[in-house]
Design a protein around this ligand. Structure first.
Ligand code: BTN
Length: 245
């Protein structure tokens, strides 16, 4: 992982460039990193603020030989790699909020966006995008309650972005090899141990409405299992969640 790094000062989105490179046959492990994104993409069609200099904006191309329905497992694997990489490089502990936000003290520092290309029943490539607020010193008022950075959580001390990224790639590689060899089991256990949203009452806002209930766990495909007050279990594929208690 990270054997080939494509670095750009400014891009529209590292996802977009990585997708293009993947279509042109870029090897597994190719990474696109940028100092600044003009049109960073977030989940659910949102934009992602990617100012110059303070964050890590990167996309990684992988080509696992798996069926498309298993692709969400790689998002969870990435979240585990990031939590472990941050811990190794900085000593800071993070939590994971389903599906793939990484938080410190309830505020988001990393967002992950996974996009897949598949042909018939096989994955061709998965582009894993990671946006991390590293040395961001302040956020606009609209984000203050929701977002934080590693610098803010590290008593204002700057973090070396290259070292941090290196630590994350190392963790990713260890977990990815484990995953290809032995499947999702171990990764899932790790993910659950870092998850803040499980075993709690949460509200999931989906495109079709809102469900509040008890977050029972995740399936082997990374789908959230939510039990409502009537005891019915819902499978949540995509949503924003809010933790009540
Ligand atoms: C989210 O909405 O939480 C996911 C945000 C993902 C942002 C990253 S930054 C690098 C990569 N390129 C993009 O355009 N988006 C992802």
């Amino acid at each position: 992982i990270g054997q080939k790094i494509v670095f750009q000062e400014v891009v529209t989105s590292t996802q977009e460039l990585a997708q293009k490179l993947a279509q042109e046959g870029a090897k597994e492990g190719t990474v696109v990193v940028a100092e600044q994104q003009i049109k960073g993409r977030g989940r659910l069609g949102r934009t992602w603020e990617s100012p110059k200099g303070s964050g890590i904006w990167m996309s990684l191309i992988i080509r696992p030989n798996i069926p498309p329905f298993q692709a969400p497992q790689l998002t969870l694997l990435t979240a585990v790699a990031i939590v472990q990489g941050i811990k190794k490089a900085t000593g800071i502990s993070c939590e994971i909020k389903w599906p793939n936000d990484i938080l410190i003290n309830g505020r988001k520092i990393v967002g992950i966006l996974t996009e897949m290309q598949a042909e018939s029943d096989r994955v061709q490539s998965i582009i894993i995008g990671m946006g991390m607020n590293v040395n961001t010193t302040s956020f606009p008022d609209s984000l203050k309650q929701k977002a934080t950075s590693l610098l803010i959580e590290n008593d204002g001390k700057e973090i070396n972005r290259a070292q941090l990224l290196q630590a994350i790639f190392e963790q990713f590689e260890i977990l990815y090899i484990e995953y290809l060899k032995n499947g999702f089991e171990v990764i899932k256990l790790r993910w659950e141990s870092y998850a803040v949203s499980l075993g709690k009452i949460i509200t999931a806002r989906t495109l079709t409405g809102e469900i509040t209930g008890y977050a029972k766990g995740i399936t082997d495909q990374g789908v959230l299992l939510l039990e409502d007050y009537e005891g019915k279990t819902h499978e949540i594929y995509s949503a924003d969640i809010e933790i009540s208690s």
